[in-house]
Design a protein around this ligand. Structure first.
Ligand code: S3P
Length: 168
């Protein structure tokens, strides 16, 4: 029983690609941000501004651990920040999971994050923030990844096919 987990920066397409891969494999999709919003009845932005980042990160960990503990093989679109916590990285390493890092050039990400309200971290200086986060997180994504798939100049369908190929 092996879960397929997509990790990577905001805007890289984890949810979109996750949906395509889950449909192709006929598996349930667990989308971290969606799970958090369903569970709490609040948006990511509301949680962030009312309870703060630390509270959000706790929910992020809870949803990751819960999805990894599901008995049914699934596809998990993990939230971008999931690799920040050592506990989450250990959980990914010890779970029966194939972890794919979706990697994009920051210019590609910048184009994609213009829509979407669930990214309070990008309210100010999205370009500077994304560039800094990319540098800070690259080694962490690398640490948890079993495979890396570049999304640059590829459609979501092509990325989904590449993900499926590397997990076959
Ligand atoms: C975050 C990524 C967002 C969301 C929150 C924080 C991050 O999710 O969880 O804004 O720290 O990278 P996506 O990766 O789905 O955009």
């Amino acid at each position: 029983m092996t879960h397929l987990v997509l990790v990577g920066m905001m805007g890289v397409g984890k949810s979109t690609v996750g949906r395509l891969v889950a449909a192709e494999l006929d598996r349930p999709l667990f989308d971290s941000d969606e799970m958090i919003e369903q569970r709490t009845g609040r948006t990511v932005r509301e949680i962030w501004s009312t309870d703060g980042e630390a509270a959000f990160r706790t929910l992020e960990t809870d949803t990751l651990l819960e999805a990894l503990a599901e008995p049914e093989e699934s596809v998990i679109a993990a939230a971008g920040g999931v690799v920040l916590s050592e506990r989450n990285r250990e959980a990914l390493a010890s779970a029966d999971a194939h972890v794919v890092w979706l990697l994009a050039d920051v210019d590609v990400l910048l184009d994609r994050v213009r829509n979407g309200m669930h990214r309070p971290l990008l309210d100010d200086d999205p370009e500077g923030t994304l560039r800094r986060m990319h540098v800070e997180r690259a080694a962490l994504y690398q640490e948890v990844a079993d495979a890396v798939v570049s999304v640059d100049h590829r459609s979501p369908n092509d990325v989904a096919k590449a993900v499926l190929r590397c997990c076959a």
